[in-house]
Design a protein around this ligand. Structure first.
Ligand code: DX5
Ligand code: ZN
Length: 216
């Protein structure tokens, strides 16, 4: 079974967003990954709801929304209204993660929890059966084009073990520094979904790169 691919729009040319999204529409990509940053949780600011409304109109792929913001629980309704299929909140940003996960699901979205590189997988022991997906950050969040952190491979293996041990149906998504080489290692370790920014949008043929990543 091939893995799912979620191209990260952060690496696209925002001057021609329509063309970039249409490229993804015409590809074998499964989802479109949307990175929202607030300049507080991460040292960068990307874009917010007005831009997401526009993306929602153009994208034929379900939106995989990654919120790199403090207190994402405050914005569940807005995220839903801006077209999210799945809402990723950071473990490090949620004081009441269990409640937030339930609220996301009640709102009609899939719920995912994201781990920064330093956050151990074992902290998910008591929430793993409630989430639809775990997003493992394989770079420190905030910027595209960074180097893949090798420890993420072992981390994915440990997460896979936890999922099997707890009889969870959570998917494993990995985000940051994914290309054909790192993607292969991470899929072999148990990843189900690959996020890819620069390796897709800076490729000479993004549609072809998506197909290659999907075959890993
Ligand atoms: C980083 C974002 C990523 C980023 C990935 O904070 O969460 O989704 O766009 O970009 P690449 O694939 O270029 O590392
Ligand atoms: Zn992301």
């Amino acid at each position: 079974m091939s893995c799912k691919i979620a191209p990260s729009l952060l690496a696209a040319n925002f001057g021609c967003l329509r063309e970039e999204i249409n490229r993804v529409n015409d590809s074998e990509a499964d989802w479109l990954h949307i990175d929202v940053m607030d300049g507080v949780f991460v040292p960068n600011i990307s874009f917010g709801f007005p831009v997401m409304e526009y993306i929602k109109e153009l994208s034929k792929k379900p939106l995989d929304v990654h919120l790199m913001i403090t207190d994402p629980a405050k914005f569940i309704n807005e995220v839903k209204d801006s077209g999210a299929y799945i809402m990723n909140v950071h473990y490090e940003a949620c004081l009441h993660l269990h409640r937030t996960i339930q609220q996301i699901k009640e709102c009609g979205m899939k719920a995912a929890v994201t781990l920064n590189p330093h956050t151990p997988v074992i902290l998910l022991e008591d929430i793993i059966r409630d989430v639809d997906m775990v997003l493992i950050m394989s770079v420190n969040p905030g910027f595209g084009g960074q180097k893949f952190i090798e420890n993420s491979i072992e981390k994915v293996s440990r997460l896979k073990e936890l999922i099997l041990r707890k009889n969870s149906s959570a998917l494993i998504e990995v985000d940051g520094g994914i290309n054909l080489e790192t993607g292969k290692k991470i899929v072999d370790a148990g990843a189900d979904v690959l996020v890819a920014g620069n390796s897709v949008f800076r490729a000479s043929d993004p549609v072809e790169m998506i197909s290659k990543l999907k075959m890993l």
